[in-house]
Design a protein around this ligand. Sequence first.
Ligand code: FE2
Ligand code: FE2
Length: 371
Amino acid sequence: MNVQRTHSADAATVEEALAADNHQGVVDSEGATALAMQNTLLTPRFYTTDFDEMDAIDVTPVRADWDKLIAQMKSDPNKGHFKKNEDWDSVDWENMEPRLKAEFIDFLVSSCTAEFSGCVLYKEMKRRGNNEDIVTLFQLMARDEARHAGFINDALREAGIAVNLGFLTQKKKYTYFRPKFIYYATYLSEKIGYARYITIYRHLEKHPEHRFHPIFKWFREWCNDEFSHGEAFALLMKTDPKLTSGGNVLWIKFFLTAVYSTMYVRDHQRPAFHEALGVDPDWYGQEVFRKTSAISEQIFPITLDIDHPRWMKGLKRLQRANADLAAAKQRGSLLGRIGPSARAAMAFVSLFTIPAKKHAVPDTTRMEPAY
Ligand SMILES: [Fe+2]
Ligand SMILES: [Fe+2]
């Protein structure tokens, strides 16, 4: 009998990708799903928004750039890419150093949840919308994220783990963000995703001896998808100048500070992972922030001053406070949480109040991946 196996990498739509064999929970892992279910400040969340307001966006002011971007996404250069092929070296999960294994699985589960969170949000916008431009864009982005999540799940499955994505869709708590916050947060998460993946990819090009898992070989095409998604959100914001001026600049600063500092704290929870990659997390953080800031000048009128003397100090204070908070939680000490929480809040305020760098925004947002 000829059994046709389908894979999310070959799917043309998000529906097809989610129905593919590799998206079905062949192995169900309670631990991984529980990890993905967590909602803390540091774990990826699921979002919902005012879909009608988003559906009402008129892309006429950015039409020429919009059509080019959509045509490029429709041409689908990465179709078929996100699955194992002969470049996929076998992974010795059994003998992986236990701390590295735990941190790497945590990295994969959290990446998979983040990819899937994008997929769910974009798919819902596509389902609820009537605006042809918006529906088309969100269908294309949801397709990509479903492929990315499916591919990470392939990697996890080799370790005997799978995140139950269907269960997550049903049961994970959804956080409501009004559309403008979705633009800031999602734009930044797409662009910082690009910067994170390309920085690791380029580092491992120079130091292949640190490539302890084959999935990193896929990071270049991967981050190009994220780059395009970020371009789309830049164009959406460009349709309404109010979104990036006046009082909203403070919101932009807030999201920049929150996204950067969350990344810093989360990465410092995985020392063995970064050591195996041969990457100093302080260097990596600054490198990723620098790239993300340079890109975000396409649409944001400010960037954070990450060379300010208070920046690194503030991040380190935040990270220590967070570690102490986690320890207090582990001990079950409610009282013990007060000090670290207050210290974390003060560190965040100190970061947030560093004067931002202002600059003029170009007339057209369009950029190509350059790193
Ligand atoms: Fe993605
Ligand atoms: Fe994305």
